[in-house]
Design a protein around this ligand. Structure first.
Ligand code: MGD
Ligand code: MGD
Ligand code: SF4
Length: 729
């Protein structure tokens, strides 16, 4: 019986796993009390983890595409040595011809959790800044804006909160179950709940106040709440006075958002917004747990910043309902292992995205170097808080496709389905097609891998011992024991990184011979080796008292909470949050709305999936076999679209094919489309649109032109602000 951190999705519940007599692994709820996982926390994805691990489609050996064209599915089994030798040889030639920055990498640390910064180390030593991640639009960007406000990512403590504000967050039995259980426990002890969601979800029904706002208007709603809290003198005056800068400017800004105006923008009742603001400020300590909805909006920067301001001015940061993350105090930090100092300044300056959207790149984040070193130590000057120093995905795919501003000719993905995980999927495809070398480290031949030259088989979380998380900013770490040996010839991520590094002449910088040595190095400050270390479930991190009199302060340029952001101002952006109506709504473009009468929203995660994972035939896929669009029955009726029929959903960018279902919870006049849908049972390659990815995935209808990008971060809007039409196939 082993305790294992479930990595089937990104909330990382701790579960128990046992190999049964028939060789199958049973995963179940952890039987002992666990400090970070409430009782009865396991969902269908974890229960079925071994079905995925042992799935017939799993890639168990290195594969080489021996077809004559990219995307042709002619896979040949080769040895690890052959794969790594050939990849390194090709990479050397590409670097010699185009420079090291011609290598771009996407990585989903959430899916692997076992390289502790060594991939960035490899890239930094090689000389390429072009690392990106789907976290560019999922928590990584949130953390960038948390840093602009108070120096690091703030983690909501459900146990210490008396009022929770949820932005969407459709938690449930199969969606972040441990947090769902923490929510239920909090409500049971009397904690208040405010939910902002256009849909009447189960969580909305549990709320004290449900604000059914119009998609994409969260920034305006928060500005209205701040207006009430300031004008009605409900803020924490002492904290604001001692620890915040820019209060007067903020006060002036929120006068532009009186409740009647905010009610008009959001579609919510003004008095209900007021009640929510008063509840948040007076029933605290209050917290706003992270949610993805505001990471994917046209006004994303303002919506995230306004949340930070709410946390700050109501005193939540000081009262412990929100914990400011840091490099784990007991470990060698990931930031230190990454060696960003090895990447020459001139390479940092050309990271893709720097010119148009510098905020999340090295250039934008350079403002945090000195503050991070001051608060977290010189070794954490390049603090890898959730995700940091990211190339902009749009500019990365554009460089891959058009070779401008310079050629990107080699593309590696590590547990990341890059083709489907951003916007403008056709540009991503064009970029992949224009590569001289594509390498995917994955468990399956996902649509991105179908375009690869080499697929390297990755291990599964039941097959690897790890201490999670792989990134920094969470105030604890959990141990995950290995249950079985990797299947076939699957290997851990560090193996791939190190073997490539050796072949690229960088061996001296990778002194840890294998993952075990690397992990022992990471945990070495505890004085334990892994055998001893793994016996303990959780290692809490010591959080400094940032706000003690004469304390270190926070890792912003001023050392204080920056309500008025010097970092945004320095980059030429509005230093205060604002709301601007997106360019494609029935309000801003009524003419276009005549042709495209629906407001589109991509999201609403599905129980059996995790983004594009678990689409393979089997018990998970059977739960929801088809990609589904949701329309309110009245809207569907007005369009003459019966439930159960296949429809086209079309935007000004593109169209996709989905099965229509009527759903009374979907607001009238809006349409929901899913993310990550593909059909692994279909033959891969261009003929099938890469197993349906080009037909069913949301990124087919999402533009990454400037009109649909958040202007500060340059990330695509998926929630409101896109007009669509739906018609029968
Ligand atoms: P969604 O499920 O996309 O995101 O989880 P959530 O944050 O729950 O949408 C949740 C709710 O947000 C919906 O009810 C929707 O109506 C509402 N919403 C949509 N647009 C807006 C908006 O503009 N403002 C507000 N306030 N609400 C809006 C995401 C999380 O789920 C993430 S990021 C991942 S990667 C995981 N994915 C995942 C999965 O794929 N499957 C399962 N079973 N669980 C998952 N959990 C994680
Ligand atoms: P996934 O679809 O989860 O996407 O972005 P990604 O993480 O890039 O694909 C992960 C891949 O990792 C799968 O192919 C899977 O087989 C593989 N994998 C899973 N576990 C392992 C493992 O243990 N080892 C190895 N080697 N491989 C593994 C997710 C990201 O996408 C997120 S979290 C969000 S919230 C965003 N959502 C989103 C969206 O809603 N729409 C669009 N268009 N883009 C999005 N991008 C973001
Ligand atoms: Fe695993 Fe389910 Fe928890 Fe996600 S919600 S970590 S898949 S048990």
């Amino acid at each position: 019986k082993k305790h294992v951190v479930c990595q089937s999705c990104d909330i990382n519940c701790v579960v128990e796993a046992e190999v049964k007599a028939d060789g199958k692994i049973q995963t179940r709820c952890i039987s002992e009390p666990h400090p970070t996982t409430p009782p009865n926390s396991i969902c269908m994805k974890s229960v079925n983890a071994d079905t995925i691990r042992t799935h017939k489609d799993r890639v168990l050996y290195p594969l080489k595409n021996v077809g004559s064209k990219r995307g042709e599915q002619k896979w040949e089994r080769i040895s690890w040595d052959q794969a790594l030798d050939e990849i390194a040889e090709k990479l050397k030639k590409i670097i010699a011809k185009y420079g090291p920055e011609s290598l771009a990498v996407t990585q989903s640390e959430i899916n692997i959790q076992s390289e502790y910064g060594t991939l960035r180390r490899f890239m930094n030593l090689l000389g390429t800044p072009n690392w990106s991640a789907a976290m560019y639009m999922c928590i990584g960007n949130t953390s960038g804006l948390h840093r602009a406000t108070y120096g690091s990512y703030s983690f909501a403590s459900f146990d210490d909160s008396n009022c929770l504000l949820f932005i969407g967050k459709n938690l449930g039995q199969h969606n972040w179950i441990s947090q769902y259980n923490a929510l239920k426990a909090a409500l049971k002890r009397g904690c208040k709940l405010i939910v902002l969601d256009p849909r009447r979800t189960k969580v909305a029904e549990m709320a004290d106040i449900w604000l059914p706002l119009r998609y994409g208007t969260d920034a305006a709603l928060f500005l209205g709440m701040i207006n009430v809290i300031i004008n009605e003198q409900l803020y924490d005056k002492e904290f604001v006075e001692n620890w915040c800068v820019g209060f007067e400017e903020l006060k002036e800004r929120v006068q532009e958002y009186p409740l009647d105006k905010v009610a008009e923008i959001t579609g919510c009742d003004a008095e209900e917004i007021r009640k929510a603001a008063v509840m948040f400020a007076t029933e605290g300590p209050a917290s706003i747990p992270w949610a993805v909805s505001t990471d994917m909006q046209k006004n994303s920067t303002s919506a995230i910043r306004a949340q930070c301001i709410l946390r700050a001015i109501t005193g939540s940061l000081k009262q412990g309902a929100e914990l400011l993350g840091l490099p784990h105090s007991e470990f060698v930090s990931v930031s230190q292992i990454q060696m960003h100092e090895a990447l020459p300044e001139e390479k940092k300056k050309i990271q893709l995205g720097t010119e148009r959207y510098p905020l999340l790149t090295y250039t934008g984040m350079s403002a945090f170097e000195e503050p991070s070193a001051r608060v977290y130590g010189e070794e954490n000057r390049y603090f890898h808080n959730m995700a940091a120093f990211m190339a902009n995905p749009t500019d990365m795919f554009t460089a891959m496709a058009s070779e401008k501003p310079y050629p990107v000719k080699a593309f590696f993905t590590f547990a990341s389905n890059a083709l489907m995980g951003f916007a403008n999927q056709e540009n991503a495809l064009a970029g992949l097609m224009n590569q001289e070398l594509v390498v995917c480290y994955d468990q399956f031949i996902n649509p991105t891998a179908q375009l690869a030259d080499y697929i390297l088989p990755g291990d599964h979380w039941l097959e690897r011992p790890v201490v999670t998380p792989n990134w920094e900013g969470i105030p604890f770490a959990n141990t995950s024991q290995q249950v079985v040996e990797p299947a076939g010839e699957a290997k851990d991520e560090y193996y791939v990184v190190r073997e490539l590094a050796i072949r690229m002449g960088l061996e001296e910088h990778f002194p840890w011979k294998d993952r075990a040595e690397l992990m022992n190095y990471r945990i070495s400050p505890t004085g334990k080796d892994w055998e001893e270390f793994q016996k303990q479930f959780t290692y809490p991190s010591n959080i400094p008292d940032y706000f003690a009199p004469g304390g270190v302060g926070v890792a912003t340029p001023s050392g204080k909470v920056e309500l008025y952001s010097s970092v945004l101002e320095g980059l030429g952006y509005d230093p205060l949050p604002y709301y601007k109506e997106p360019e494609q709504t029935p309000i801003s473009d009524p003419e276009l709305a005549k042709e495209y009468p629906l407001t589109l929203f991509a999201g609403l995660r599905e129980d059996p999936g995790f983004n594009s994972c678990y689409m393979q035939e089997g018990p998970l896929r059977n739960v929801e076999p088809d990609p589904v669009a949701l329309l309110h029955p009245k809207t569907a009726q007005s369009l003459g679209l019966p439930s159960g029929e296949w429809i086209w959903v079309e935007t000004t960018h593109g169209r996709l094919k989905l099965l229509l279902k009527h759903d009374g919870a979907q607001p009238e006049g809006t349409i929901r489309i899913p993310h990550g849908r593909w059909c692994p049972e279909q033959e891969g390659g261009p003929e099938t649109g890469f197993s349906g990815a080009m037909l069913h995935n949301d990124a087919m209808v999402l533009s990454d032109d400037d009109w649909n990008l958040d202007p500060e971060q340059g990330l695509p809007n998926l929630r409101g602000g896109i007009l669509a039409k739906a018609y029968k196939c």
